[in-house]
Structure formats: C-alpha cells, structure tokens
Write a protein that binds this ligand. Structure first.
Ligand SMILES: [Zn+2]
Length: 196
C-alpha cells in the first residue's frame, strides 16, 4: 500500500463519525460538507411528524411527489439530471449531474434526520432552475461547476442565481401562460420570501 493511501485512510477514520445530537455536526452538515474523497454529505433535521416538506420530481414536464421520507420503511435515489424541489427547504428546482441518495433516519428522540449523500467529482455541475408553476415551462436557470468551485462556491452561485431571478419580473413571467412565478428564496434564508 502506498504512503498516500495509508494517510488518506487514517484521515477518514476521524471523519466518518456523525453525531445526530451534536448541534455543531448538524450545522456543519446542513449545507453539505465534503465527505471522504468523492462524496458530500448533507443532514437536515425534520420535525417530529417527519413530513413538513414535500419532495417533487419533474416527470414528463409535470411535478410528481417523491415519497422518500419514511424512516424504517424506505430510502430514496434520485437519478442524475432529474429536476427536484423540496418545498419550504429551497426556493428553486435543483438539477445535478450526479446521483443523490436519501436516507431518512429516526433519531432516538423520535426526530427524523434526513441524510443526503451525493458524489462530488470534478465534472459535477449543479443547476438552479425555475419552471412556471402552472404549465411548467422552463423560465430561468443558472449553473455552477461545483466539482471545481467546491461547496462554498455552490452556495455563492445559489444566492447569485436567486438574486438575478428575483431582480427582474420578466424572469418570473411565463411567456406561454402569463403566470408570474413567486420570488425565489435561498436555502439559508427561507424567511425572506414566501416559501413555496
Ligand atoms: Zn406557464
């Protein structure tokens, strides 16, 4: 075994341990963190009911609820390039060029942790996209090469895309059916705008 491999494995030993009751861990992972060499990990703590949010996927141009938040019953897998939106969590549709794995975990106090595992390769791209809420025509989108700029760059691109989308009503007006899209909001500041 090469020296590089050994030291990488040693680093990893100190990194795989995630404590669902440690506020610092929950904060650190809420907006995703690199996890090992090729992955990123996100953890969201949901309310006791476990279902405050609805995840939608866009199938044949229409939104379909994805029922993946039942711990002890099911987990979820999102294929690459499937547009998806988690209501109340982020004010945009997300598309990325790698797959996403969702694992709902019941904490020992009954609260539900929603664990998200994604690949983080150099050629990973993320897209922040808005569709007309009536006819689901694509209205606006921006992309970021997350594999190159990292997770901080991803969140900066998120806020830039939201600011740009919200800055001009023409970005939000559907040219096909005349619906005006509600304003977008960031994962980090859903209180700023009406959530959808
Ligand atoms: Zn429309």
């Amino acid at each position: 075994m090469s020296k590089a491999m050994t030291s990488y494995a040693m680093d990893l030993l100190n990194f795989v341990d995630v404590n669902f009751f440690d506020e610092r861990h929950l904060r650190k992972f809420s907006g995703f963190m690199p996890w090992g060499r090729h992955h990123m990990l996100g953890i969201r703590l949901l309310s006791e009911t476990g279902r405050p949010n609805i995840m939608y996927g866009l199938k044949d141009g229409r939104p379909v609820p994805l029922d993946i938040l039942r711990p002890g019953e099911r987990m979820g897998f999102l294929p690459a390039e499937l547009p998806h939106h988690l209501t109340g969590d982020y004010g945009w549709w997300h598309i990325n060029t790698t797959e996403e794995i969702y694992i709902p975990v019941t904490r020992s106090d009954g609260k539900i942790a929603f664990v998200i595992v994604e690949a983080l390769f150099d050629d990973r791209y993320d897209f922040f996209v808005w569709y007309c809420p009536t006819c689901y025509r694509r209205l606006f989108g921006r992309e970021v090469n997350t594999g190159r700029v990292g997770i901080d760059g991803y969140w900066k691109a998120e806020r830039d895309a939201i600011r740009e989308f919200n800055s001009d009503e023409r970005h939000r007006l559907c040219p096909d059916c005349g619906t005006t899209h509600p304003k977008a909001y960031s994962f980090f500041s859903p209180e700023e705008e009406k959530v959808w």
